[in-house]
Design a protein around this ligand. Structure first.
Ligand code: HEM
Length: 388
């Protein structure tokens, strides 16, 4: 999409697309301004003039979460789970995350010298981490993974759209049932896990989350946290391997260099390329007037390549500093899971680097992810030499 972004930043940085009945915003300054101004640009899709109830089952629950609520309700919903995503809290769990990544890699890395970064690490790792944080017992994780898969999956060629929808509905009903029972259970038997927090924590204005809100929060954590982190990990290995194998090796054992390089992946190959807003007042931007009730898509992936903001914006520079990318968004809805995603990327990549060297891409033709707003690849085969 990057050539298209560049052209749009030049020729039509704020433009209306009649086909999608949506405004698109491409430049860094405009994207940032829209995200800063949450009184004008609402996250609530129900504010749009042409809002239609989503047909996709389960989508309704997501509308009751922080992601689609404006202040002040937003802050109350976010406050319930906030503590669990602070770097300090997560640091306590790091050894456990390391163990999980280590187990996956011990299975994948062998003298064949080949693995698929997505299937072997980037995909299963975040799902297992979030299952563990929520407090899903290991015996239920197989089921949990299936639900999480169908949530983000798209219909494949060998399955009709109807069959797919049916399977998805079935899976979502099971998942909803499971979470509702788990919430009930934690109200009776609290434990040291995120499900207990979601089930019992009272927000500032008093009151626990309703059943719908609790369920929505569980689903949101799965939807928002899994394929995004999968693609961060895969995009990182891809970018490092492409850039220069020697530089990749230099990241081994150098935590600061590794975390700086991860920030550059978030900029250069942003896992989330775009986000939606609705204007709730008329607003001028880029010489155009966006009217109240209009939908607006802000292109993070374009903002992060804006040559007005970044030197050599189209170059992957793991040492780039400063690097004020918008890969996790900006402002009120800045990604809640950013510290977790960063930690997962650091842990996953450093465990990989401990086991392999001389990493190169095994396949020149990469299949992009099927999701429209997520940027990444369906699989990433690599070759490597096993380390002692
Ligand atoms: C919000 C990106 C990982 C949970 C966001 C937003 C972005 C984003 C761009 C802003 C949405 C908006 O303004 O409309 C990413 C990326 C990730 C990642 C690129 C990985 C590389 C995670 C993880 C979790 C998570 C691991 C949790 C397990 C959330 C939540 C929100 C959010 C709950 C909504 C926050 C709010 O509305 O206040 N994320 N995310 N994300 N993310 Fe992430």
């Amino acid at each position: 999409p990057f050539d298209w972004y560049r052209r749009m930043r030049e020729e039509a940085p704020v433009r209306y697309d009649p086909g999608r009945r949506t405004w698109d915003v491409f430049r860094y300054e405009d994207v940032k301004r829209a995200l800063d101004d949450d009184e004008t640009f609402s996250v609530d899709p129900r504010e749009a003039d042409d809002f239609e109830e989503p047909e996709q089952p389960g989508a309704g629950f997501i509308l009751d979460t922080m992601l689609f609520e404006d202040p002040p309700r937003h802050g109350e919903l976010r406050g319930v789970v906030d503590d669990w995503f602070q770097p300090r809290t997560l640091a306590d769990r790091e050894p456990h995350f390391r163990e999980l990544a280590g187990e996956l890699l011990d299975d994948a890395v062998d003298d064949s010298g080949e693995m698929d970064v997505v299937a072997d690490l980037a995909y299963p790792f975040p799902v297992t981490v979030i299952a563990q944080l929520l407090g899903i017992p290991p015996s239920d994780r197989g089921r949990f993974k299936t639900w999480s898969d169908t949530l983000v999956a798209a219909a494949s060629d060998d399955e009709g759209a109807d069959e797919f929808t049916e399977r998805q509905q079935q899976s979502q009903m099971e998942m909803a049932q499971y979470f509702l029972e788990a919430v009930e259970d934690r109200r009776e038997n609290p434990r040291d896990d995120l499900l207990t927090v979601i089930a019992t924590e009272e927000s500032d204005t008093g009151g626990r989350l309703s059943h719908e809100e609790a369920l929505g929060t569980c689903i949101l954590l799965l939807v928002a946290g899994n394929i995004t982190t999968t693609n961060l990990l895969a995009n990182a290995v891809r970018s490092f391997a492409e850039a220069d194998a020697v530089r990749f090796e230099e990241l081994r054992g150098d935590e600061r260099a590794l975390s700086n390089a991860i920030e550059e992946v978030l900029r250069y190959r942003s896992p989330v390329q775009a986000m939606s807003r609705v204007a709730v007042e008329d607003v001028r931007m880029g010489g155009e007037t966006i009217e109240a009730g209009d939908r607006v898509v802000v292109w993070l992936g374009s903002a992060n390549r804006d040559e007005r903001r970044f030197d050599d914006a189209d170059t992957f520079d793991p040492d780039r500093s400063p690097n004020q990318h918008l890969g996790f968004g900006h402002g009120t809805h800045y990604c809640l899971g950013a510290p977790l995603a960063r930690l997962e990327a650091e842990v996953g990549l450093s465990e990989l680097l401990d086991r392999v060297e001389n990493v190169r891409l095994a396949d020149a033709t990469l299949q992009p992810t099927r999701s429209s707003f997520v940027y990444g690849v369906e699989s990433l085969p690599i070759r490597y030499d096993e380390r002692e």
